[in-house]
Ligand binder design. Structure first.
Ligand code: SAM
Length: 231
């Protein structure tokens, strides 16, 4: 299903609820995370432990935590300006928002998540990892319209682009951007929302890739610049 990219089977995984240790980080993780690798390893441990036990991530994901989750989220940081504010809409277990917070301590990150069970996990993870520029807001994105705005609004596996645009673009501040992680059909999805982009008075939109030459495959995202506001 489209909204479950990139782990189509993770929320309904029927395999046992045992929680194996996460695999050691692959060599590429050292290059991507640099000094924050130790914290990323601890976050991987939380995902493989409490994250699996509480049903936030499928047990089968444990073996591929690095390639399919942590690394592909971390490279998104290349598209976010230094010292910026970031909202992760539909953060779930913290993907990509918590990964960005771990990887880029210069960012101020807001994790937007409506479900209490996930909010609890995120709150505990922030404390456990000692992250001090991250907050969790229990809300739907649309509840924050005209209340909050951010330099970059990121998302992964939350909704089709047409709906995501309506939820996320109003949260993007002047000069900011939306970065929606998407799968192989990103070009097609973007093509299908041209009318919505016009209606929302969005700025330029394009498919962009992160981690090229580092990750295989690289991370695909749709970047939409802030709405062109009137007046
Ligand atoms: C499939 S999960 C993806 C979680 C995470 N982004 C990831 O990639 O693992 C979708 C998440 O979006 C959240 N969500 C659904 N509708 C939302 C909305 N209107 N605003 C914010 N979050 C929403 C859900 O509660 C859920 O945690």
């Amino acid at each position: 299903m489209w909204w479950c990219y990139p782990y189509e089977d993770c929320m309904t995984d029927p395999v046992s609820r045992e929680t194996p240790e996460p695999p050691d980080p692959p060599e590429v993780a050292r290059g991507v995370f640099g000094d924050s690798l130790d914290t990323a390893v601890r976050y991987a441990g939380l995902l493989a432990g409490a994250g699996v036990v509480r049903g936030l991530i499928g047990p089968r994901e444990t073996a591929r935590l690095w390639e399919r989750h942590l690394l592909n989220c971390a490279v998104l940081a290349d598209g976010i300006p230094a010292g910026g504010t970031v909202a992760d809409v539909g953060s779930g277990a913290g993907l990509p928002g918590l990964v960005l917070a771990v990887h880029r301590p210069d960012l101020t990150v807001t994790l937007v998540e409506p479900l209490q069970r996930r909010v609890d996990f995120l709150t505990e993870a922030i404390t456990e990892l000692g992250l001090d520029r991250v907050e969790v807001v229990r809300a739907r994105a649309e509840d924050l319209h005209e209340i909050r705005s951010f330099g970059t609004v990121v998302s992964r596996a939350v909704a089709p682009l047409s709906r995501l645009l309506g939820w996320c673009l109003p949260l993007v501040g002047s000069g900011g951007q939306m970065l929606a992680m998407k799968g192989a059909s990103a070009e097609q999805e973007l093509e299908g929302v041209q009318g919505t982009l016009r209606r929302l008075k969005a700025g330029p939109a394009a498919v962009v890739w992160f981690g090229q030459g580092v990750l295989d495959p690289p991370t695909t995202a749709i970047r939409v610049a802030a709405s062109v506001r009137r007046g």
